[in-house]
Design a protein around this ligand. Structure first.
Ligand SMILES: Nc1ncnc2c1ncn2[C@@H]1O[C@H](COP(=O)(O)OP(=O)(O)OP(=O)(O)O)[C@@H](O)[C@H]1O
Ligand SMILES: [Mg+2]
Length: 362
């Protein structure tokens, strides 16, 4: 049973009218019993016990139960504990005693009511917040899945359509270049066009790989990351220094490899977009029961509290998506950043919650 379940059961119990109105009866009966057994006939001193009973009822159940216990306690005090016993005859003395009891008891009931209303409001607010969080999580979850699906589709289209056209274009240019009818000046232009087509082909390959790292399926996280770093550094001119340990001989399950790869991709994109630095480092370590990944840069950093308060927080999906992916794999993601000092992203994903914890490399 989770903490949330316990909390729900507890608040349901608290809300039950039966229990709320049972408490005044029980507490006044207990006060009466104690008075009977121990301190009989010393009213009004014993009224403190009945005040305690009203307190318990009011702070547990609110002003209604507080008032019920006040009425019950007044009856018990006047009918049973004030002489003459078993009589509701009202005298000046009993009126004074009653008011000495009634005034604080009513005040306590009132305060109990206010306290309960505040508690109920707070509970309702907490529930609303929790369900809002749940909806947001669900949306992010769907977004991450839809993103992955869409990437796969675009990657396939790019590879199958663009790849074919480009191959045909390069083949045509090559044939033209080899043709004996083409004059040398035109041949130079064809060569340039050929180089452009090759560059385009390289860019498309790069995009296809970025969108759907098939290399991840084929050769595993270690090689996929190394290849990604090489391509990314060439593009961005940012140096990646890395240390990868413990996954050379035993592959991690796909449910761990994919989120780590995607998180590293997004973290590097953020470095390029925001960090204003030329160096970034990555540590990936397979430990006994989890995999730890740290991506660190010494760039400009940012104020995470200010980021939380920023109005456009919902349009920034990178960090949210990273966290979602990691949490879907049962892990945690923490970002530490100090303005002017750089940013570190820590990802910890447990091995055991993901099945056997890894498969050997073929
Ligand atoms: N390595 C970093 N260095 C400096 N600032 C960073 C770094 N990573 C993130 N940030 C800051 O955190 C913000 C949120 O990052 P996040 O990836 O969620 O959004 P984004 O990159 O702005 O947009 P998106 O990823 O959705 O295209 C960024 O706008 C930037 O201000
Ligand atoms: Mg981003």
């Amino acid at each position: 049973m989770t903490g949330a379940d316990i909390w729900r059961i507890r608040s349901d119990t608290l809300d039950s009218r039966f229990v709320r109105y049972g408490v005044p009866l029980a507490s006044v009966a207990s006060a009466l019993l104690v008075t009977q057994l121990i301190v009989r006939d010393v009213y009004p001193e014993t009224s403190a016990l009945f005040i305690a009973a009203v307190m318990v009822s009011a702070f547990y159940g609110g002003s209604g139960p507080g008032l019920v216990s006040t009425i019950l306690a007044t009856l018990a005090l006047n009918y049973y504990l004030t002489s003459p016993a078993y009589s509701l005859k009202i005298s000046v003395a009993s009126l004074v005693h009653s008011s000495l009891f009634l005034f604080p008891a009513l005040l306590i009931s009132l305060l109990g009511g206010i306290q309960r209303r505040l508690t109920v409001d707070l509970q309702a607010e907490n529930k609303a917040r929790a369900s809002e969080k749940e909806v947001r999580r669900e949306l992010l979850h769907r977004l991450v899945n839809a993103q992955e699906e869409e990437r796969r589709r675009i990657s396939r289209e790019l590879h199958d359509q663009m790849g074919q056209y480009l191959a045909a274009l390069m083949w045509g240019l090559q044939s033209l270049k080899d043709s004996t009818h083409v004059q040398p000046p035109a041949r130079k232009d064809i060569e340039r066009l050929g180089e452009l087509a090759q560059q385009l082909d390289y860019e498309v390959d790069h995009l296809v790989l970025e969108l759907r790292p098939t290399v991840l399926d084929d050769v595993g996280l270690h090689s996929a990351l190394v290849q990604h770093f090489e391509r990314w550094s060439e593009h961005s001119k940012v140096v990646v220094s890395y240390r990868i340990a413990g996954i050379e001989h035993q592959r991690l399950p796909a449910s761990i490899e994919t989120p780590i790869y995607r998180v590293v991709q997004e973290a590097l994109t953020n470095v390029l977009k925001h960090a204003r630095t030329k160096r970034v480092s990555l540590t990936l370590e397979r430990r006994k029961d989890h995999v730890l990944t740290i991506i660190e840069d010494n760039g400009c950093g940012f104020d995470s509290d200010a980021l939380e308060r920023a109005s456009n927080v919902h349009t920034r999906l990178g960090l949210l998506g990273m966290r979602e992916r990691v949490e879907m794999a049962g892990g945690t993601l923490n970002v530490e950043s100090t303005p002017g000092k750089g940013t570190s992203v820590f990802v910890r994903i447990p091995l055991m919650s993901n099945g056997n914890g890894g498969v050997p490399h073929e």
